[in-house]
Design a binder for this molecule. Sequence first.
Ligand SMILES: C[S@@+](CC[C@H](N)C(=O)[O-])C[C@H]1O[C@@H](n2cnc3c(N)ncnc32)[C@H](O)[C@@H]1O
Length: 234
Amino acid sequence: MVKKNQAMEENWLNDEYVRYYNSNYQTSPEEFAAYLKLLEVNSQDVLLDLGCGNGDFLKTASPHVKMVIGADISPLQVSLARERLKPFANASVICSDFVGCAQALQRQCRNLPLITAVFSRKSLHHLTDPEKRSMLQSLAPLLAKGAKLYIEDGVFFSFEREHIQENLPKLLEECARYYGEAWERKRGDLLNSFLNEHPTGIGFWTRELEAIGFKVTGLHPRSSFYGGISAKKV
Ligand SMILES: C[S@@+](CC[C@H](N)C(=O)[O-])C[C@H]1O[C@@H](n2cnc3c(N)ncnc32)[C@H](O)[C@@H]1O
């Protein structure tokens, strides 16, 4: 297992950090398969994974859909994912940041069909709210009517991001209950994520998804600060 050293900041362009993440935060194929059910994928789907990491979810999804496409900013993640997906002729992975990924998809995937399913887990909190809006608006024309979407990430389900400071004491109490004995170990990382990364409120996500023609069809909070959002393009 790769160990994190004191100086290792979360930086997806640092291969040492990527290796640390991949070896410490693995997800089982069973857990990824459960997301396929949530997304209700079928054999005709063209599935895009935003922040595909080393390609584990794409590998699980590939036999169940027509095509899988991954996008990730880290050249190391992209090369690991491409290696992992070599046996799957219906898979491709592009190296791009989220905001530029609609353009990169059109440039790099020849005869790109309309995308019918979008998945993103633990990735979009890296974008500020204006960046999330910009990414959604540029992707919108590539998404088919009826397209399904599942985002799972840091999401504030009971307040909006601009009210984080007044909600922080309550949030930290909930974290302490949620993580139990592990809380003291996790406290620094969680505080850093709440304050310095960009988890955002459910109101923001709902508004921005509606603005590109989606309707939120389900909320899947695991806590008040992390969970999933299902939506469909109407
Ligand atoms: C926490 S990992 C999650 C990986 C995978 N989705 C999972 O659930 O295990 C976040 C991924 O998002 C990618 N990422 C972070 N910021 C990004 C950005 N601005 N544009 C594209 N990818 C980004 C990272 O390289 C990394 O692979």
